[in-house]
Design a protein around this ligand. Structure first.
Ligand code: CP
Length: 304
């Protein structure tokens, strides 16, 4: 694996390798990189979890993160994404983590030689979130194969829904979408199930944030009405299977897609997802940066 751009490019075997290495890292079995490595985290959209947990993962591995603020950069003078990345490559960065509002922004970066890790492209994909979600499911259920997973809410604007549907189906899970008809994505071949049916049969219930910032107009329902029809609340949690888990990539709209009581309730693994995000991102960084170094070494041996 040279880059992590979309779950479409990651094989089931690579998914298992990243998850199982993340589990080892979680037990404390890791070392800082033995040689100096630098990375730049470029966030053209806001982030708390993805940015902070990549920074934490980089710190734990001894990778130096070079500060980069879009608002203070030459992007403000009109410099393109490609020229920005080419510059960071030229000054010696070993890898780039990028979040950008344009779907598949990475297609314009094919000439960048250093690894690129997609931290989210608009409503396109969010592969590191998908990997941490699968690690969390694997820890709770001991498998991904055959799990029934319902992803609920604002599907059309959700890169998490798309990455997870792609990856989970590859891993042999059965994925369903649920939520308001106007938030469904008809281009995706994923069956729809009513939430009240899904809640009783699924092993994983994954709620999504209503992404008001990506909507042309505000919801036609009140928050309470949305929760009553399409959200998770204590009454619905009570009908979940005994071993089912409740997930949310966050940030959350408390009182809309999820009530306060459910966020830290018995079924919720939401903060475990965030904790696992650091281990999965360490595993990704090891794989891409160490793997890149190993590939360069092999190439130099062949040329010698
Ligand atoms: N889950 C997630 O991507 O959160 P942030 O937007 O805070 O990074």
């Amino acid at each position: 694996m040279k880059n992590l751009l979309s779950m479409e490019d990651v094989s089931p075997r690579e998914i298992y390798e990243i998850i199982s290495r993340a589990q080892e890292i979680k037990k404390g079995n890791y070392n800082k990189f033995s040689s100096d490595k630098t990375i730049v985290n470029l966030f053209f959209e806001t982030s708390t979890r993805t940015k902070s947990s990549f920074e934490m993962a980089e710190y734990k591995l001894g990778i130096h993160a070079i500060p980069f603020e879009v608002s203070q950069s030459a992007v403000q003078k009109g410099e393109s994404l490609y020229d920005t990345c080419k510059t960071l490559e030229a000054i010696g960065a070993d890898a780039l983590v990028i979040r950008h509002p344009d779907v598949k922004y990475y297609e314009q970066l094919k000439n960048i030689k250093i690894p690129i890790i997609n931290g989210g492209d608009g409503s396109g994909s969010h592969p590191s979130q998908s990997l941490l979600d699968m690690m969390t499911m694997y820890e709770h259920h001991g498998r991904i194969h055959d799990l029934k997973v319902v992803i609920v809410g604002d599907i059309i604007h959700s890169r998490v829904a798309k990455s997870n549907a792609t990856a989970l189906e590859k891993m042999g899970a059965k994925v369903y979408f649920s939520g308001p008809p106007e938030y469904q994505d008809k281009t995706l071949d994923v069956p729809y199930m009513e939430l009240d049916d899904a809640i009783e049969v699924c092993d994983v219930v994954m709620m999504l944030r209503v992404q008001n910032e990506r909507h042309d107009r505000r919801m036609s329902m009140t928050n309470e009405e949305y929760n009553e029809k399409y959200g998770i609340n204590e009454a619905r949690v009570a009908r979940m299977k005994d071993d089912a888990i409740l997930m949310h990539p966050a940030p959350m709209n408390r009182g809309v897609e999820i009530t306060d009581a459910c966020v830290e309730g018995d079924k919720s693994v939401i903060f475990e997802q965030m904790a696992n995000g650091v281990f999965v991102r360490m595993s990704i960084l090891e794989q891409l940066i160490q793997g890149d170094e190993d590939r360069a070494l092999e190439k130099s041996k062949v040329m010698a």
